[in-house]
Write a protein that binds this ligand. Sequence first.
Ligand code: PHE
Length: 377
Amino acid sequence: MRARVLLILALVVSILALTACGGGGKTVKIAILAPLSGDVATFGESTRNGAMLAIEEWNEKGGVNGSQIETVVEDSQCSAEAAVSAANKVIDQDGAKFIIGEVCSSASIPISEIVVAKGVYQISPTSTNPSVTVDEGGNTKSSVFRACFIDPFQGKVAAKFAIDNLGAKTAAVFLDQGNDYVRGLAEVFIAEFEAMGGQILVKETYTGDDQDFSAILTKVKDANPDVLYLPDYYSTVNLIAAQAKEKGITAVMLGGDGWDSSDLDLSVMEGGFYTNHFSPDDTRAVVQDFVSKYESKYGARPDALAALAYDAANILLQAMESAGEADPAKVAAATESGKFPVVSGDISYDAQHNPVKAAVVLKVEGGKVMYMDTVAP
Ligand code: PHE
């Protein structure tokens, strides 16, 4: 008799547990698209970690609108082709209507076109090229957002910092024509640097496959500019900076958010500066709270990619909660009109779905990345 009661009790308990775990409960699916392999794999790892931390926190609090959040993660490799197939897969096969990603502008732009055509919602944590949220005709893509500032601002901050803080009068700029982010940021830097009275002595292009930069570095050596602007990702600037050092180039190296990686080669970048979205040294409580939660979960300090992915997930989920249902168009409307007090700043959206927020300037010094300055728009 006792055994039978115990058995029935055990059955009831396991049915209850199953229901609480989502067996039969409502769920909402969110896809995370990020480069988890290849040249910039640290970007993907940080992005996934940051987004997952936010989503787990929401699930622990009971989910969003009573639904538990399910995730599907795809390696979109920071490339247009991989991103297109990853986006089609998560939408058509997994049934995701919400996408966090991609990291790189060249991948986020093609995803945004699919998203618009299929009525899906996208928020890129870190893609800074203006064309992610705005089409060629200048129209804002209705369901596409980002959690970061855009390159016209970032490039201006770098040019102004070079002139005002470094006293630079001349610059050299290297760019990869085939990369939307790199090309866009280089163009802004050149225009702003010249508009502030600076002179561009060298402007050279390379392609994504190049490994040997000695020919264009010789031109820099001969021109001897005050700064060398390198608006590419860490894997490429590591190569360029090592070869520049070998050549004895003394120009101060300057870059953008693409340098942000635990794999940035700090020895060859020594004395360099870069613009970024976030510093874990920021003393604001909201930042330090996030840093300690992230550290205790992953055993590493969060970079800007982790912080912005955490922010992007929180913006999406807060908007979904205020929309009251997981409908992409309604969540987009709630994003447009919402106020989001997230880690990288208090965000609200302009007409082009870009948050208005500050940038930080960081310095590579003594094998460390040091916080220098915060620049408001
Ligand atoms: N801003 C870069 C792009 O648009 C991506 C990036 C952001 C990389 C932040 C590193 C850190 O492609």
